[in-house]
Design a protein around this ligand. Structure first.
Ligand code: SF4
Length: 107
């Protein structure tokens, strides 16, 4: 009696590359991760009327803020505006004045 060739039940393809499976956390960084504005590709305002986000002085910000309320990248948007001192328009659901207040409060 010889030793059987197939002494292991482990199939050749047992190892599956997690990168190919797309498991969260082991994904390869996409090249656009270097772009600080990459989140804008998921922004809701890009699909709507951008003028609502830059109203005339005294104009209504209600529509823009409502859209921001359902936007997936609201957090990134607000962070970006705060870090870059964006002066004009609605970012992350906050007006220029509201962002200024938020910054003051954060110290
Ligand atoms: S939070 Fe508002 S301003 Fe920012 S990307 Fe989303 S919709 Fe646009």
């Amino acid at each position: 009696m010889g030793i059987p060739n197939e002494y292991s039940g482990v199939p050749d393809n047992w190892f599956v590359d997690p990168v190919q499976l797309g498991i969260p956390g082991v994904r390869r960084a996409a090249p656009e991760d270097d772009n600080p504005l990459a989140w804008q590709s998921d922004s809701l305002c890009a699909q709507t009327d951008p003028e609502a986000f830059f109203p005339e002085k005294g104009g209504s910000t209600r529509d823009a803020k409502r859209i921001c309320g359902s936007c997936e990248v609201r957090g990134q948007c607000l962070d970006y505006a705060l870090q870059n001192d964006e002066r004009f328009g609605i970012w992350g659901g906050l007006s220029e004045r509201e962002r200024r207040k938020l910054k003051k409060r954060a110290g």
